[in-house]
Design a protein around this ligand. Sequence first.
Ligand SMILES: [Zn+2]
Length: 206
Amino acid sequence: MIYDISPPISPSLAVWPGDTPPSREVLLDLARGDSVTLSTLRATVHLGSHVDAPSHYGRDGRTIEAQPVERYIGPCEVMRVPVARGATVTPGLLPRPPREPRLLLSTGTYPDTERFNEDFAALSAELIDQLHTAGVRLIGVDTPSVDLFSSKELPAHGRCLAHDMAILEGLVLDAVPEGRYELIALPLKLVGFDASPVRAVLRSLR
Ligand SMILES: [Zn+2]
């Protein structure tokens, strides 16, 4: 069984305020008698479900093509955390210690991928530190950022940079039961870029 945990990419997909929403320019169209249909995509790379590159939040951080691909494929755990809107997930809110090197947290605080709500939950610096100690190497969230909307210091991004922990944002996890899966969420090899959209899926273990 495969769970698709990516939102649809369309002009109605919400992006961070001020960022570039997706648009499609049709260059050729079978319906107009052209020999093929051919189109151009223009959008932010922080589009829907996406992985951040360290260069997004660290001056000398690796750009997305240099991220090790093994981070984004392999054993993973999904946990639901009872966090309020606008609040921060602290270690005490985790229902159990993580058992896999990739952890996806379902907060339910960003319920509509077509409507950007600024009061989504974030992750605390202490949580990132503790997860790293527990062996987590990729953290995923169902929100547009691992830090609060208003944060300028970006403490969670900062701890991920310090630990070289990969960040996967913008997931859709409400239909996914808690448990262990195989994650597949490979970034495109976009040279010099600060992120890449991904088609993120979870495969049930059998
Ligand atoms: Zn991002």
